[in-house]
Design a protein around this ligand. Structure first.
Ligand SMILES: [Zn+2]
Length: 416
């Protein structure tokens, strides 16, 4: 049986303007043919959906999420939720979050560290067709130096957590880290090359992995034919990593010109995560905090991030949409705001939509993100034109979702 999406208006993720009057013919979950209306011949078993006013576009991709976390904004609670929930409970909740992303049109996700292999298990259940859900790539546990960005102190010494992240020291331990994640089923490797430094405003970021460790991770990942993504703040370690084979630069508050040039030359992806930065300024803070160094650092990093985006746009970098959902923001409902910030930063609506579709698809290396023959039939139907108003994507009632060519019945399973 074929499913046909007959649409008068299509954003295909490739062209810069709306494509008119096409029939998208779907077979076995893939886009099999794209025909002009007049060339399409129906057969009695076809399941046909017709759209006149709506905009049909590719399913979107959030390349930076944390399915094991809820997005709670209180620092203590963020840490405490890992203590409250067994990993089984986190996996159940993470699956509900994945569906929430999908209800807002995000049919592919990349998880950037989930304790206890939670995201890998969700992915496996979906890939083995035990559950319906988005395409997921997962890194397992992020690799971090002891006491580094993803191995922070603060718990009482008596508190003992296992499998939160994967601390490594020295090139050999990083190599073991790569192999351990791959054994657990990771699709790519997440590391932390450099970190923010809130106590020193003259040096607002610093390198935390040594050059040898960075090179060891990249070489090992390359040998296993998997990509490396890294949390970054700024400085020469990013250039070192890009030279060694880093595939995507996450955050990159202080991108240096040299780094941007090299990223452009090597086609490296930039995931600016603008929304999570801006979230800091949406909450009420007490005076003690707004007079602190941390607050000044937040302002510095905010300014720097907008400059990095500007450089990235001017150098035509591959900019992909990543929100950091799960950290400081909920899953799904705010994703569209990353596009709003991209537009505020100088990208056109179409460029922002491409960041969420074509570019994200290329970053993932899956056949998603465009409406072309051979691609997965992950397709959205939007009530009105997001090229005119991106906010249309803020309400999931405006979005119909086809996953692998099948209409996804949104269900509300999250208590709100
Ligand atoms: Zn993150």
């Amino acid at each position: 049986m074929r499913t046909i999406i007959k649409a008068k208006n299509i954003i295909n993720g490739v062209d810069d303007s709306i494509i008119k009057d096409k029939c998208i013919i779907i077979k076995d979950g893939l886009i099999n043919e794209i025909l002009n209306f007049e060339d399409f011949k129906t057969s009695h078993s076809d399941l046909i959906f017709s759209y006149d006013e709506e905009i049909v576009m590719p399913g979107m991709i959030d390349v930076h999420v944390h399915l094991a976390f809820s997005g709670i904004t209180d620092n203590r609670s963020f840490r405490a939720e890992s203590a409250d929930l067994d990993y089984g409970a986190q996996a159940l909740r993470g699956y509900a979050f994945a569906l929430e992303h999908m209800s807002y049109g995000f049919t592919s996700l990349r998880d950037m560290n989930a304790p206890g292999n939670v995201a890998i298990n969700i992915k496996n259940m979906i890939n083995n067709k035990k559950l319906i859900g988005p395409n997921i790539l997962a890194c397992g546990l992020g690799l971090s130096i002891t006491g580094g960005h993803m191995d922070q102190p603060g718990w009482g010494n008596h508190a003992n957590f296992t499998d939160m992240t994967y601390p490594c020291d020295g090139p050999n331990e990083f190599i073991k880290g790569v192999r351990t994640q791959l054994k657990a089923g990771a699709d790519f490797i997440k590391t932390n090359m450099c970190v923010s430094s809130t106590y020193d405003l003259h040096h607002p970021y610093k390198q935390e992995m040594s050059n040898e460790e960075i090179e060891a991770v990249c070489a090992e990942a390359k040998m296993h034919n998997v990509k490396v993504a890294s949390h970054t703040s700024g400085g020469p370690s990013i250039t070192t990593a890009v030279r060694a084979g880093l595939h995507s630069v996450e955050h990159g508050h202080w991108l240096e010109d040299e780094t941007v040039d090299l990223m452009a030359k090597k086609n490296i992806f930039y995931v600016p995560t603008l929304l999570v930065n801006e979230r800091n300024f949406e909450f009420e803070h007490n005076e003690k905090f707004t007079k602190s160094k941390n607050w000044k650092w937040l302002q510095l990093s905010r300014e720097a991030k907008w400059k990095s985006l500007d450089k990235a746009i001017n150098s035509n970098l591959n900019i992909a949409l990543g929100t950091d959902a799960g950290f400081m923001l909920p899953h799904g409902s705010m994703n569209y705001r990353e596009m709003e910030y991209m537009i505020q930063g100088g990208m056109s609506n179409m460029q922002a939509i491409k960041a969420a579709t074509q570019v994200g698809g290329k970053l993932l290396g899956l056949n998603v993100g465009t409406i072309e023959i051979g691609q997965k039939a992950d397709i959205l139907v939007i009530k009105r034109n997001p090229l005119e108003d991106i906010k249309i994507l803020s309400n999931n009632e405006n979005i119909e979702v086809f996953k692998d060519g099948k209409k996804f019945n949104k269900c509300s399973i999250l208590e709100k």
